[in-house]
Design a protein around this ligand. Structure first.
Ligand code: GMT
Length: 378
């Protein structure tokens, strides 16, 4: 198949899922055309049969606000026509689903067969898309797609509830490349981060308010009181300065290392003993899954789709949002119990390797592509 993938290129879950999917699809013999406004960070390098097409919004002096949505639709039209796309798979409803609809209306004249698959990732439904000014447009994009997928049962339910849509939504979980995200602590130079054998806690996110990063620091400070430990904070975003200030206020700044955005988190995750994810909302929690694939159990919040990823007591624990004391308690218990920690490490890796393997997940997308293509031209 010739598949177009439109996504955000930045350090965010939807762009990662879209990029990893593109890489898996070319391994399976498909031709992939990625459409974005910058090369997604997980697609650096050359890949046969994967092509990147940049959206150029131009800078015509008349435009106070360059029309990004139109520019994206124009790029979709150009690529659909030139490459004969069978399917355009857009990641994140806003604005991609609407751009794709517009593109399909235009290419119907020339090729008439472009099918749209929209994957909902989370904040496109719960925050951005549900915002009153975007609500009707997001609903329209969802309703006009040939297929809609959601990354968890939870998100599919929220979408139906929030937008009152009654259509089929396929659940396709996030996947992780278990050949790249592997439990090999030697790879990440643990001694550098924990020179005196301290336990290592890790958090990875885009430091947006929804990630509740202050609770990572609060939970860590409690753990730190009970045992020697250090915390790696990976990623960057608006809440990073606040987290730094809190680390200082709680007197743990020497043991909290802010590493900023890292393109190769798979080189750092295997160092961790536990992964902390205290999000206020999380439709799935790809960062948690990537940690699990590296053999790192997850202590997260009992929210959104995280219960579909983490099994409490087996490969992690779930606490109520805001209950950082619970997170710290769970962490201290397991960090003091080497046998339990080793069991949880194995269970985390095993789940990532089986339930969330690309070999299980990617064929689900391929089946959806075939299904929409079988319906024929609109
Ligand atoms: O908010 C983010 O973490 C980024 C966001 C995105 O769309 O880029 O991530 C969402 O999509 C990921 C991939 O499907 C999910 O694993 C994350 O749970 C989801 N984030 C939220 O729901 C907050």
């Amino acid at each position: 198949m010739r598949i177009g993938i439109a996504c955000y290129p930045t350090h965010g879950g939807s762009g990662v899922v879209a990029s990893e999917l593109g890489l898996e699809l070319i391994k399976r013999g498909h031709e992939v055309h990625v459409i974005s406004y910058a090369l997604p960070f997980r697609l650096q390098g050359f890949y046969e049969n994967l092509y990147y097409h940049e959206i150029d919004v131009g800078n015509y002096p008349l435009f106070k606000y360059p029309p990004f949505t139109l520019a994206a639709a124009c790029k979709m039209i150009e690529i659909a026509d030139a490459k004969g796309l069978d399917v355009l798979h857009v990641h994140y409803a806003v604005p991609w689903a609407v751009c794709a609809h517009l593109a399909r209306e235009v290419v119907a004249e020339s090729c008439g067969k472009l099918k749209i698959v929209t994957t909902l990732h989370g904040t496109d439904i719960t925050l951005v898309g549900a915002e009153p000014s975007f609500f009707k447009m997001t609903k329209f994009g969802i309703e006009r797609s040939d297929a809609v997928t959601a990354v968890s049962n939870y998100l599919a339910g929220e979408t139906k509830k929030t937008f009152g849509v009654n259509r089929q939504i396929d659940i396709v979980y996030n996947s992780v490349d278990h050949r790249r995200f592997v439990p090999t602590p030697a790879r990440c130079c643990r001694k550098h981060f924990a020179p005196h054998g301290e336990k290592l806690l890790i958090h990875v996110s885009n430091f947006r308010p929804v990630k509740n990063v202050q609770d990572v620091v609060r939970a860590f400070a409690l753990v730190r009181k009970q045992l020697p430990a250090r915390l790696l904070m990976i990623g960057d975003g608006p809440e990073q300065p606040g987290a730094r200030a809190l680390a200082q206020e709680l007197g743990v700044e020497r043991d909290v290392l802010f590493l900023g955005n890292q393109d190769a988190v798979e080189d750092l995750l295997p160092c961790g003993d536990l992964f902390l994810l205290p999000s206020k909302y999380e439709s799935f929690g790809l960062a948690a899954l990537e940690a699990m694939s590296c053999g790192v159990p997850v202590i997260a919040t009992e929210i959104g789709g995280l219960g579909e990823v983490v099994t409490p007591g087996e490969d992690g624990w779930l606490c109520h949002v805001g209950d950082y004391e619970c997170m710290a308690d769970r962490a201290v218990h397991v960090l003091r119990d080497e046998k339990k920690l080793a069991e949880m490490r194995l269970a985390a890796r095993h789940k990532a390797d089986t339930k969330f393997s690309p070999d299980i997940i990617v064929p689900q997308y391929e089946n959806i592509y075939r299904r929409v293509m079988e319906v024929g031209p609109i």
